[in-house]
Each structure stands twice: as C-alpha cells, then as structure tokens.
Design a protein. Structure first.
Length: 335
C-alpha cells in the first residue's frame, strides 16, 4: 500500500511517498518545489518525478493521498476529504490565512487529477479544546475588536497576555511613488489598530493575577530599514515607540511589554512570490540569497518567532520590560 503525503505551502509543494506493508512504514521517495505559481503543474510534475524514479508506475498505485491540515470548523482528527470538509476549512481561513487557502486549492486539484484516489486529512486537535477560542475580525474595525475581546473575556474571564502580531507589508515602492492610500492603510493596520487593542486590553491586563504581559512583533526594519519599504518601516518604528512609551506608563500597573524584531520570516502569508522577488531585487540578490542574508546564513521560521514570544510571556522575562530582542540570524546593520 503506497501513500503519498503532500505538504502545501503558499508558494510550495513538498511530498513524501511511503510504502506501508506488513505493518511497516518505508520512505520510498521525497521531493518538492519552491516558488510554485501553478499548483496544477506542480502536482503533475510531482507525479512525473514519482514515475520517473520508479517509485510508482502510475498514480493508480496510490492507495491514498494524505494532508497534514491545520484547522477546520467543527472538524478534528483523521477524516476523508470532501466538499463539506473543504467548506469547513474555508470557514476558518481567517484563522489560518497562510495555510488553509493553499491546502484547499491543492486538495481540489488533487481530487480533479486523481478522482479515484482517496484524499485523507489529519487535522490538528490542538484547536478543538475548551481553552482555545478563535475569533476572526478586522482589527481596523473598533467595534469588531471590542466584540471579539468580549467573547474572549466571557470565555476565559480576563486577559493576561497580549501578542501584537497583525500587520501588512505593502508592495515595494520608492518613497516618491507611495500612494496616500497605501500609507494610510499601512498605518491604520500596523499602528492605529495595535494602539486600539492596547487601549481596550489595558484595564484587563491591570487585573492579571501574575501581571499583564504584552509582546510586540516588530521588525528588523525598525533598527535597519530597507529601501522600497518606507511605509512598512515607518509603521513598525511607530509601533516600537508606542511600546516604549507603554513600558514607561504602564509599569506602575504591573504590565510589562517587550518587543522582538524578526527579519524575513518566509513561511507566512505575508510573503508572496512577487514580494520576495521585489525585495531581493532591491538588494541586488537572488531570492535564495535574500532568504539567508544574515550572519548565520539561516532562515528564520514563524516557529522561531512564536517560541520567543511565548518565552517573553513566561517567567524568564518576569523582571524585564522595554526589551528589544532580534530574531534575525544576525544582521550586520544591527550588530
């Protein structure tokens, strides 16, 4: 029995083929493509590589195609994929914008290409717990934010920690070409919405039994802005100043606020293929060179950023406020 496990990213397709026989599991083939712009072609090329390598003679040899999906409304565990499950994934796309849309697109294309092969999804059970509440809303809509916060407080009784992570990165433009609307929208999401969330949560964070904790997801562009990113750089710098003032004003309320500055976290929905190409061109680098343009020559993942954010909310940073910590692999412009 051969099972193909597909991993779909916003611009990538990676796979592993397993042969499961006699209760044993053997990896037969693995591969992948980055910078995918057409999933249908990527799927065809994947099947072509499997055939050319001798791993399969035809896709009819596949007993199933499996997907490590993230979250769907009312769905958990291992399920057979159909349109009702895809609809449940679409309902929660706002909670997993970097994951659900590419998976939904890819799954439908796999179903069209191989209608006789079962498609199986394994959903994270982490989200299907009483201690998790996912709320999707427009952070520039104050009323929507208030309603979402009310839902959270009614479920959990208060707010102990706040991570300010929402943001947009407009397309790369020289300073003289930035449209007024682009500037306004960037400031609205990256600064004004964050300020409003801080204002709404302040009275709740004051009541946190172990003290309120705020983590600001900043950017390497705060200490070292890049060409073509004036709106983004200015907005993140403004947010950084808000955090510093909040540290001064809210310490008396037992609230600590710290910032971390990632650089180029590519496994998120923020980075499209076009944006990556434009930013690389601004530095006269290839896309691959741009992805690792740091002292350690390494890529920074969203997991790396999330783990540091969690630590900042924990006891390790209990006596620290107003800190700014880079998560960038080392940048010579910052060092």
């Amino acid at each position: 029995m051969k099972i193909l496990v597909a991993n779909l990213g916003s611009t990538s397709l990676k796979w592993r083929l397993f042969d499961c026989a006699n209760s044993a599991e053997r990896l037969v083939h693995k591969g992948g493509f980055d910078r995918v712009t057409e999933y249908a072609k990527a799927i065809e090329d994947c099947l072509g590589q499997l055939r050319d390598s001798g791993a399969i003679a035809t896709e009819r040899e596949l007993s199933a195609v499996g997907f490590k999906t993230i979250i769907a409304k009312g769905v958990t565990g291992c399920v057979r994929l159909d349109e009702s499950v895809l609809g449940a994934m679409e309902a929660y796309s706002g909670l997993a914008p970097a994951h659900n849309p590419p998976y939904i697109t890819g799954i439908r294309l796999f179903a069209k290409r191989m209608p006789g092969v079962p498609l199986i999804a394994l959903f994270e059970s982490l989200w299907q717990r009483a201690e998790f509440l996912g709320v999707s809303c427009d952070l520039t809509d104050s009323k929507a934010v208030e309603n979402g916060l009310d839902d959270a407080v009614r479920r959990f009784g208060g707010v102990d920690m706040l991570v300010l992570n929402a943001g947009i990165f407009p397309s790369s433009q020289p300073l003289q070409d930035i449209a007024a609307e682009t500037w306004k929208q960037t400031m609205s999401v990256n600064v004004e919405a964050q300020l409003r969330v801080m204002q709404l949560t302040h009275p709740l964070l004051r009541l946190a039994p172990r003290g309120g904790r705020i983590v600001v997801i900043g950017s390497r562009n705060v200490p070292a802005p890049g060409p073509g990113a004036a709106a983004y750089s200015a907005s993140k710098a403004a947010l950084n100043q808000l955090a510093r003032v909040a540290a001064l004003e809210w310490a008396k309320d037992g609230i600590r606020i710290n910032s971390l500055h990632p650089d180029a976290v590519y496994d998120t929905g923020l980075w499209t293929e076009a944006l990556l190409a434009a930013r690389a061109k601004a530095y006269n680098l290839s896309v691959e060179q741009y992805k690792t343009k740091n002292l350690l020559k390494t890529e920074v993942s969203s997991k790396d950023v999330a783990e540091l954010a969690a630590e900042m909310c924990g006891p390790l940073f209990a006596k620290t406020t107003a800190a700014q910590v880079p998560v960038d692999g080392g940048n010579e412009r910052v060092v």
